[in-house]
Design a protein around this ligand. Structure first.
Ligand code: ADP
Ligand code: MG
Length: 259
């Protein structure tokens, strides 16, 4: 099982979009996947069309508070994207209560909870846009992390801070954690400012800059708004996005693992 965190210290750069794109690629390929929605905004849970009709009342906040097998089981529901193969550990605003300062000893709960999830090949963790304890607890449960950025000035600086956080966690509570790389999102072909920032990213992070880049396409928002995966969305732009996420998934699944 590969546990992959999707993080950035900025909101709106595309963490949830990348999580959903990878989940869509995994589903298309038959890779059994669990998405954990750590963001109190719960965007991934909504976009994955989780049916809460049977409402167990449990979600990721319940798991953080009490990481027992029975709680973990109740917090997980199937995604509405397919009959089988893609599940979600529901997010909710209640997880914000776990974002306050705490000691490193508090960071292990989610990692412990993952020992009770079913047999998934891939776990994707959609992180909140901060450096708080939620993100730290999330990354502590991960083998690999991708940092999502846009090719803009402040986003490039935020990549450095995210990378340092990953480094600091590896030297502390998360010895298995390694950066997979930087996913560059919302790339527009003809922007000279973006071209400059892409050069800057390459010179700063070299091989950690993952390719292909994710282009800016309205089809991504349309699929999300309809609570569908981009692999099942019609049209050429969606198909091109699907190819990009297929390649990024390949890269993630190929990464050598220590655990
Ligand atoms: N490559 C893209 N092309 C078009 N829209 C995008 C793209 N990436 C993200 N968006 C849109 O930008 C907004 C913020 O993205 P989101 O994934 O929610 O960011 P985050 O999870 O980092 O806050 C969403 O409305 C999303 O649909
Ligand atoms: Mg998000």
């Amino acid at each position: 099982m590969l546990v992959l965190g999707v993080c950035s210290l900025k909101g709106g750069v595309g963490k949830t979009s990348v999580t959903l794109g990878l989940a869509s690629a995994a589903l298309a390929r038959g890779v059994r996947t669990l998405v954990i929605d750590l963001d109190p905004q719960g965007d991934a849970t909504m976009a994955l069309a989780v049916d809460d009709a049977g409402g167990t009342g449990a979600d990721v906040a319940s798991v953080l508070a009490d990481p027992r097998a029975s709680v973990v089981e109740r917090a997980i529901a199937p995604s509405g994207w397919a009959d089988d193969g893609l599940d979600v550990m529901r997010g909710s605003a209640r997880s914000a209560a776990h974002d306050g300062p705490g000691s490193d000893a508090d960071l292990d709960g989610l990692a412990f909870a993952l020992s009770f999830v079913g047999d998934y090949e891939l776990v994707l963790l959609d992180c909140p846009p901060s450096l708080g304890n939620l993100t730290r607890a999330g990354l502590t449960a991960c083998d690999r992390a991708v940092v999502v950025t846009e090719p803009g000035l402040f986003s490039v600086m935020a990549v450095g801070r995210a990378m340092r956080t990953i480094d600091e966690l590896r030297r502390g509570p998360a010895p298995a954690l390694q950066p997979l790389g930087v996913v560059v999102n919302r790339v527009r072909g003809r922007s000279t400012e973006q071209a400059f920032r892409l050069e800057e990213l390459r010179s700063l992070y070299g091989p950690l800059i993952l390719t292909p880049f994710v282009p800016e396409r309205a089809a991504l928002q349309q699929a999300q708004g309809a609570a569908r995966g981009v692999h099942t969305w019609p049209g050429e732009p969606a198909a091109a996005l699907a190819d990009v996420f297929d390649d990024l998934l390949d890269r993630a699944l190929r990464a050598p693992r220590t655990t």
